[in-house]
Design a protein. Sequence first.
Length: 263
Amino acid sequence: MRELRADCASCSGLCCVALPFSRSADFAVDKAAGEPCRNLRADFRCGIHRDLRGEGFPGCAAYDCFGAGQQVSQVVYEGHDWRSRPATAREMFAVFPVVRHLHELLWYLTEALTLSAARPLHADLRACLDEIEGLTRGTPDQILAVDVAAWRERVNPLLLRVSELARAGLRGKERRGADLMGADLAGAALRGANLRGAYLIGARLKKADLRRADLIGADLRAADLSGADLTGALFLTQSQVNAAIGDAGTKLPPALGRPAHWG
């Protein structure tokens, strides 16, 4: 999934400009869409990247664009940036979030195609992946015309079926969309559980068994995953992992990196 990993060196700081954020526990200041973050340097790098959390920007530390930044900067706009071509800046800022949404779908589809249990669906999954990849290589006008919501409606039933096939026989708990904020789930047997869209903010999941649990859309901000086993967890993303707390004993799927703040 290398092309779906953020490569900030090949991007013109799009996430630091295109996206808005509000002053909160995740961001120290307000920033409007299209307004460069005050920490963005002339070389498009973050001036406080090494201490985003300490400076009050844990939301930035957790964010991941799924490689949309370099796709927009290097492919769609052929290496041109918004500073050197200010006339296209607003358009570029509008294109970026669309491509980011599409790359997120590509992440899930790519993972689904690695699962042998989902083999009966591989043809449909591959067809969706190929179409979406084609969309991300379109012109700015073509990308802005993409109906992201319609694509999510098309892909979601496939991913639901993939999840069912991958978790078959495990008798995992059904906790889809559950409010588990701050819940004490230390050591919980959640293997094969359906935790789609679950609110796990601040949940205590130390040494929990989350193998092959479906975590698509689960909110893991400040969730304690110390010693937890997420081997084979379904549809887990880097941004979810970045937002959580873990340690050397936390087991992650091989496609995901261990955040620096875990120590």
